[in-house]
Design a protein around this ligand. Structure first.
Ligand code: FES
Length: 241
């Protein structure tokens, strides 16, 4: 399977329950029976491999576990996040080496939110042939090609908006025939928007002032001193919108 996942063989941790429903998946060319409801990441670990790299949040947010696979009798190459994609019968997972893409280095304070900035920092964007492969590869179902088209027009707001949920897994970039690094272009768009185009919010200003005035120091200290398990419990019990 997976980009950047390094696996190290270690003794199998569990033995298969007799009547448990299973699926067969191929990991490094070898067939393994794994629980039918397992994620790809869970299946690799169930098969006795230890994931040393290529995993982070394990909840579909960090983009560290980009994965490619094939299915039997199907010509397509599929992509997904290993922690959030369930196994399928006959799934063939392929290990890929890490291929960090080139990332433009810039000082956001010296840029302007327009198409010239895109031309200078990511000229490859203009090689886009609108094949839509990036959109099909995106495990977040983002309209990747559309945000690249927005970048070509210098529409920074749309570039920000359509790329907002990108987790930078890089699957779009490894499938792109024009060798664009879509996730980095999206990141630039969000930074430009945040710096130059977004409206100032009073609430944010107030909150920054409160932080500067040490209003939350006690609470930060309490969190920093917390044990990992306690912190986890509190995180999942938090109020969120
Ligand atoms: S481990 Fe973070 S997205 Fe999969």
């Amino acid at each position: 399977m997976a980009t950047k996942i390094e696996v190290k063989r270690k003794p199998a941790q569990k033995t298969q329950e007799k009547n448990e429903e299973t699926k067969t998946v191929y990991i490094m060319g070898k067939a393994h029976k794994v629980p039918a409801e397992a994620t790809i990441m869970g299946a690799i670990e169930y098969a006795g491999y230890q994931i040393k790299r290529g995993a982070g949040c394990r909840e579909g947010f960090c983009g560290a576990c980009a994965t490619v696979y094939r299915l039997p009798g199907d010509y397509k190459i599929y992509t997904g996040l290993a922690c959030a994609t369930l196994v399928e019968e006959g799934m063939w997972l392929a290990q890929l080496p890490a291929i960090p893409p080139q990332k433009a280095v810039y000082d956001i304070n010296k840029l302007e939110p327009n198409v010239e900035t895109i031309q200078v920092l990511y000229p490859e964007v203009f090689r886009c042939v609108a094949c839509n492969t990036c959109t099909k590869a995106c495990p977040q179902d983002l309209e990747v090609m559309d945000y690249i088209q927005a970048a070509k027009r210098g529409d920074i707001e749309m570039l920000m908006d359509l790329s907002f949920d990108c987790v930078s897994c890089g699957l779009c970039a490894i499938r792109c025939p024009a060798e664009i690094t879509q996730m980095n272009v999206g990141l630039l768009g969000r930074r430009l928007y945040g710096k130059y185009l977004s409206k100032e919010t009073k609430q944010l200003k107030n909150r920054i002032n409160e932080i500067k005035e040490h209003k939350f120091d006690k609470e930060f200290k309490r969190l920093m001193e917390m044990k990992k398990d306690q912190l986890k419990k509190e995180y999942y019990a938090r109020d969120s919108e």
